[in-house]
Design a protein around this ligand. Structure first.
Ligand code: BGC
Length: 692
């Protein structure tokens, strides 16, 4: 029987240049360099050059005299934001693949395109936990779960760092958009370390992320860009981070001395707070010391030496949007589609069917928001293009939203393309216009989870006439489907599927691929099932509960649980067992079989509940997962290897993680609401043993 290792660190981290650094040698070289630099040269290292990018790249530091190269930074999370580039599906879509190996390849491709554009730092991935599905930047991040987020994030970082430095962002707790420049995320140390930081930690400790970008917002009343607890105590001291910390743009550096003291190394994109005058004035008034400049400059040049940045290869421009990257964008889109409803097996549709495609989004290049992660591709396959390319134009009629729909009843199937766009959600850009002249759009948080009125009206009109309706839903996060779900037979969550999205959607609708995406965010029945959500809030309390943790703790059953997704084939699990359980690590295995008729992939998920714990625990948490691709009739063994620390809680008294001697219920299954297998293990402080 084949064994599938859930997360293979060797394969994921292969080629990551951030993990092949001789730190002693670098430190010695940096000492020499610092000794040779003038004060002006040091100051030049600790801020960006100017507000506007040069050839699409934000420039920071650099010293010709000493041969110190500049950082040339570019976004971001769904591809290189420079001229034309491959627009991949947004991060939350890629997260729905639960495919870490695929995410590594996306990271590789994005890193390569960034390098080909002349960049050497990619401002990605965005890894702020999706605390509430209405966060405007939900699409940019991976998950409501820290373990899932961490796995996807390190895969991207390690892939990208084959070519350029990665900059996970925004450190930390940036998960409200409209008030992001002012709001304070208030959090206790336990919640911070257990829920909001583990994925950042993995990027630093495991993937050697070269840089970290701070968040705009405050944590516990202190701006993240001048937050000593976050930057100095946690990132540098606790995690041993050796890279540079740069601020978020424009309003990301809120002070001169305080930010320097706290350890913010580089102000981006320009010296608003670090102008010569401000530095002189605050130095004189004792707000900071020369040593703070020295330290920031040292951190700023460290990775330039570590990466030998002056000699970083610049790949041929032909790699941008090359065939392989376009194929990868399609593969990611195909694997990201989540089949949420398939009543009477309406899907896949017969390729000879006569199809009506309804909705304006069918003909829109709906790639996501128009904030900093926007990517422009040379061409985009829209849903209608993809369906036409698959079936031929004769079998298909398109109905725009203002068309007469009374004839829909005569079609074999009606496919409605609906959802959200950059008009409803996205990074909040402080502009009065909905669409700014530079192509950006205001974006922001959603106030609620319903579709826009016009889309709801369209779905209601379709329901009056159509017999067999399949909805393809676009958007960056959970949507409240309650008004129309009972009127449709099929539902596919398509996210913002990137430049090849139309082909991917057609492949799923007509059965060329077997759906394998799974939800990285719970879909509640309505907003009422979740915590209060106020897009004007300036103080937001963060605790251990959100997403599936919240739903379970409050006895709420969601519409579609975290991790959920249907398939065209069936899977079964068996034999969940402990393989080994030492003091520091344990391994479990489970068998997964494809009991259906066609090849397909599923995601095996492992959740843990601590029992008889001395502290309050959340009901259960995802601790590991594996995507398994199986032939019909095939059974494979999935092997989960876990550090025991993954089971720990953060103990504020000792300021550390504690792996408690208690019982742990391990449950395996296909989503947070469907966990058919379980085994109980007892940890006595030395080893894990099955509880008889
Ligand atoms: C965003 C960052 C982005 C930066 C540069 C900021 O407004 O929050 O995510 O990297 O702009 O474009």
């Amino acid at each position: 029987m084949r064994t599938i290792l859930a997360f293979d660190p060797k394969a994921i981290h292969a080629g990551n240049r951030g993990l092949a650094i001789d730190h002693d040698a670098v430190a010695a070289r940096v000492d020499e360099l610092l000794a040779a630099m003038t004060r002006e040269e040091k100051v030049a290292e600790i801020h960006g050059l100017q507000a506007q990018p040069i050839d699409d790249l934000y420039v920071a530091g650099g010293c010709e005299r000493l041969g110190i190269p500049t950082y040339r930074m570019v976004d971001g999370p769904r591809g290189a934001r420079a001229g034309r580039a491959t627009a991949f599906p947004v991060a939350i879509a890629r997260a729905a693949t639960f495919d870490v190996e695929l995410e590594r390849r996306v990271g590789l491709a994005v890193g390569l395109e960034v390098a080909a554009k002349g960049g050497n730092v990619v401002l990605a991935p965005t890894i702020n936990l999706l605390r509430h599905p209405c966060w405007g930047r939900a699409q940019e991040t991976y998950s409501e779960d820290p373990v899932h987020m961490g796995a996807m994030a390190v895969a991207f970082v390690s892939g990208a760092q084959n070519h350029v430095l990665a900059s996970p962002k925004h450190f930390a707790l940036n998960n409200v958009e409209n008030t992001r420049f002012e709001m304070s995320a208030n959090v206790d140390a336990r919640t911070l370390h257990e829920v909001y930081l583990p994925h950042f930690r993995r990027c630093v400790v495991e993937a050697g992320a070269a840089s970290i970008m701070t968040a705009y917002n405050k944590m516990n009343g202190v701006f993240c860009g001048e937050n000593e607890t976050l930057i100095e105590a946690i990132l540098r001291q606790r995690w041993g981070f050796k890279g540079f910390v740069e601020s978020d743009w424009f309003l990301g550096t809120r002070s001169t001395g305080a930010a320097l003291r706290a350890g913010l190394d580089i102000e981006m994109p320009a010296p608003f707070r670090r102008s010569a005058e401000k530095l002189t004035a605050e130095l004189e008034s004792g707000e900071f010391s020369e040593g703070d400049i020295e330290r920031a400059a040292r951190n700023a040049v460290y990775q330039k030496i570590a990466w030998d940045l002056a000699n970083l290869p610049v790949p041929d421009a032909a790699v941008v949007e090359c065939e392989a990257h376009v194929a990868l964008a399609r593969e990611a889109a195909e694997k990201s589609l989540v089949l949420l409803k398939n009543e009477g097996d309406i899907l896949p549709l017969a390729p000879e069917a006569r199809i009506a495609v309804v909705g304006d989004l069918a003909t829109m290049a709906n790639l996501g928001d128009r904030g900093s992660s926007m990517v422009t591709s040379t061409s985009v396959v829209k849903p209608l293009d993809g369906i036409r390319a698959r079936l031929g134009a004769e079998q298909i009629d398109h109905f725009a939203s203002d068309a007469d729909l009374s004839g829909l009843g005569s079609y074999d199937a009606v496919v409605v393309i609906t959802g959200l766009t950059y008009r409803e959600e996205g990074e909040f850009i402080p502009t009065e216009q909905l669409e700014a002249p530079d192509g950006l759009a205001r974006g922001g948080d959603r106030a609620d989870m319903k579709l826009p009125e016009a889309e709801l009206a369209l779905l209601a009109r379709v329901a009056e006439h159509a017999k067999n309706t399949v909805v393809v839903l676009e958007g960056g996060s959970a949507v409240d489907v309650s008004d129309w779900i009972d009127n449709v037979h099929g539902l596919v969550m398509a996210w913002y599927p990137g430049r090849e999205g139309g082909h991917a959607i057609a492949s799923l609708l007509f059965g060329d691929i077997c759906p394998s995406g799974r939800l990285p965010v719970s879909f509640p029945r309505s907003m009422r099932q979740l915590m209060d959500w106020d897009i004007t809030a300036l103080d937001v309390r963060h605790d251990l509960l959100h997403g599936y943790r919240w739903l379970e703790a409050h006895d709420e059953s969601p519409r579609f649980p975290f991790g959920f997704g249907l398939s065209y084939t069936q899977f079964q699990l068996g034999n969940l067992e402990l393989v080994s359980g030492g003091k520091d690590s344990l391994a479990l295995s489970v068998e997964v079989s494809n009991t259906g008729e066609r090849r397909g992939a599923t995601v095996v998920q492992l959740y843990v509940s601590a029992e008889r714990s001395a502290v309050t625990r959340v009901p259960k948490e995802l601790k590991h997962f594996a995507r398994a691709e199986l032939e019909p009739g095939e059974t494979a063994r999935v092997r989960f290897e876990l550090d025991a620390e993954l089971l720990a809680y953060f103990d504020e008294a000792s300021d550390d993680f504690v792996v408690e001697a208690c019982d742990y219920l391990f449950q395996a299954g296909f989503d947070a609401g469907n966990l058919p297998l379980s085994t109980r293990l007892r940890f006595d402080g030395d080893s894990f043993e099955p509880v008889p």
